[in-house]
Design a protein around this ligand. Structure first.
Ligand code: AHM
Ligand code: MG
Length: 379
């Protein structure tokens, strides 16, 4: 008898399995499930991809592959802890402040220890800089091949509410392998040879670049492997979303106030989206386009986010994906850091969106300069 209902769960009736033309079940239709694709017999794992890249990029040979493997292990361990933070009693404060004066969460301390131990045990790192350590970290017994800068758990103020957090990292080559030098941590961002972030959200996603392409890998917890799910990510030229903490509007410079206002007006106003977790906000910007901002406040001229281990790695990813990352007046990757924890304003994302803001800054600065000149001529 012909049925007027769809059946759920009887996979053997699926056309591609049985060879008989039948309608897919409602579950198949809703999920896009195709049995022949459900179990991938040839996945591109992170390790496989790194091995493939070795054929192309000299710098990924051997040592860097080992280092990246250690980093991926650290991300898996942090992912596991983040997903069980309530069960492992990792919510809440650790009871101390960090180098930047922020409250430190238990997960920050745990994630920092995991990163330091995994990187140290790779045997390839001499110096490291972490958001959670006031000074540089020196690995005495390590080879002096690479220096790594990282924020182990960025956005951790969100963790108690089960909002996405993430790890951000950047890798520099040691300038002189015979002589470890702490200043290798303060290289210009354009010297980064690899950058990435790992987002601990609904899924755990590792986004990585060596400066040629940006690729995303999703952790399959059942096999413990990162699988390539987002090959060759490219950012849109122009988006429809602006992302900023608007509670701080009164502290912004005029070009930012004008710019955000312009995004909210007109026939097609932009959508506002702000998670307050940089990794998640940047990840959305990379995928959907638009602009992410953490402006300077008028007094300090600096923003909240840190140049060395937050902005530089993100700027490398965004630029490699075809986007722009700027302080409004300078390219982030061209700045030479003088301190590990120094802060800068940031505007990053779709090139056309960011350029509009850069143009406003330029107009504003020119007008100011003209006014100052006119004033001095009058005196
Ligand atoms: P953290 O490194 O102490 O976690 O702070 C950085 C976070 C970023 O993830 C996020 O973009 C920003 O702080 C949010 O700050 P605010 O709450 O001021 O909007
Ligand atoms: Mg941070």
């Amino acid at each position: 008898m012909a049925s007027e209902y769809d059946y759920v769960g009887n996979l053997s009736t699926h056309s591609s399995v049985s060879g008989v033309q039948k309608r897919p079940s409602i579950v198949d239709a809703a999920t896009g499930y195709k049995p022949e694709e459900f179990l991938n017999t040839n996945p591109v794992t992170l390790t496989r991809w790194i091995m493939m890249e070795q054929q192309v990029f000299q710098e990924t040979r051997g040592d860097l592959a080992i280092l990246l493997n250690s980093l991926a292990t650290a991300c898996k361990i942090i992912s596991n802890a983040a997903s069980k933070a309530g069960i492992f009693d990792l919510y809440g404060l650790a009871g101390k402040g960090n180098a930047s004066g922020d409250d430190v969460k238990k997960l920050d301390v745990y994630g920092n220890d995991v990163m330091i131990n995994c990187l140290k045990n790779s045997g390839k790192v001499s110096f490291m800089a972490s958001e959670e350590n006031e000074g540089p970290i020196f690995v005495e017994e390590g080879e002096n091949k690479y220096c790594v800068v990282f924020d182990p758990v960025d956005g951790s103020s969100n963790i108690d509410a089960n909002v996405s957090v993430g790890t951000i990292f950047g890798i520099y080559e040691a300038q002189d392998q015979e002589n470890p030098n702490v200043n290798d941590l303060l290289q210009c961002g354009s010297n980064l040879i690899c950058s990435g972030y790992c987002m601990y959200g609904g899924a755990t996603i590792l986004v990585l670049t060596f400066g040629e392409t940006v690729n995303g890998f999703t952790l399959d917890p059942s096999i413990g492997e990162f699988i390539m799910t987002h090959p060759n990510l490219r950012i849109k030229n122009k988006g429809k979303i602006y992302s900023v903490n608007e509670g701080n509007t009164s502290t912004w410079e005029q070009p930012v106030i004008d710019y955000v206002q312009s995004k909210k007006s007109g026939l097609r106003p932009y959508k506002a989206r702000y998670i307050g977790s940089m990794v998640a906000d940047v990840h959305r910007t990379l995928l959907y386009g638009g602009i992410f901002m953490y402006p300077a406040d008028k007094k300090s001229g600096r923003g909240k986010l840190r140049l060395v281990y937050e902005l530089n790695p993100m700027a490398m990813i965004i630029e490699t994906a075809g986007g722009t990352a700027t302080t409004g007046r300078e390219r982030i990757l061209s700045l030479v850091p003088t301190k590990i924890h120094e802060r800068r304003p940031v505007y990053l994302g779709s090139p056309a969106d960011v350029q509009q803001l850069v143009d406003r800054f330029a107009e504003f600065d020119n007008e100011k300069e003209d006014a100052t000149m006119a004033e001095s001529e009058q005196v």
